[in-house]
Design a protein around this ligand. Sequence first.
Ligand SMILES: CC(C)(COP(=O)(O)OP(=O)(O)OC[C@H]1O[C@@H](n2cnc3c(N)ncnc32)[C@H](O)[C@@H]1OP(=O)(O)O)[C@@H](O)C(=O)NCCC(=O)NCCS
Length: 198
Amino acid sequence: MLQEFFTGTLREASPCVLETERLALRRPTLADVKAIARLANDRRIAENTRRLPHPYVQDDAVAFVRYTASEPRELAFLIECNFAPVGMVGINMTEPDAPELGYWLGVDHWGQGFGTEAARAAIDYFFEEFSHEHLFAGARVTNPASRNILEKCGFQWTGVELHRFEALGCSTPVDKFRLSRGVWSSLKHWGSSVRKAR
Ligand SMILES: CC(C)(COP(=O)(O)OP(=O)(O)OC[C@H]1O[C@@H](n2cnc3c(N)ncnc32)[C@H](O)[C@@H]1OP(=O)(O)O)[C@@H](O)C(=O)NCCC(=O)NCCS
């Protein structure tokens, strides 16, 4: 059943699994809380994500799963590789005018392109499922890996803002980015050209 929110830009997202070349993205359940807590309990992750506490215990994962199950404006996907959880990607739509992409991966899974692959799947889902014209994201100014992901996905830098990070217990500068539907659509339709000798 579709549920209209705000000006019709946000609907209740249909439950589904997003598949990429190497990953499957699905809604987290209470059966995943142990794995989520094990992956998320690392200061290197918490210090780069606004809302993750540190240490991150199983009760935090239970609260997160319950919250995302009951709040349609908080889209969360558990990222799995070969059926093993490796991280999380989500889109926070609680601010109707500023839907925001976020993601993190367990440290053992960094550096293999999973962040980019999962972000692209979530972005496709967002623009295909909803009618918003823009998706927003932020990365700490000290986080080049996340900045790189956003730029590879077509996000454009819009400025720097101060944001509070739970694990830091203070505010810190964040590079803000915006991806427009037009840029996303253009990247998706950028076909290959052929060079021929004359
Ligand atoms: C950010 C994060 C998701 C990256 O995941 P990942 O799977 O390692 O990222 P990818 O491999 O897809 O791509 C990262 C890109 O940044 C580059 N990169 C990684 N570390 C870098 C660094 N220190 N300096 C510059 N570039 C860096 C990689 O080379 C890659 O670019 P390339 O494909 O052009 O080579 C992961 O580090 C993480 O979970 N960090 C903690 C949480 C976080 O920062 N979340 C984002 C906040 S919104």
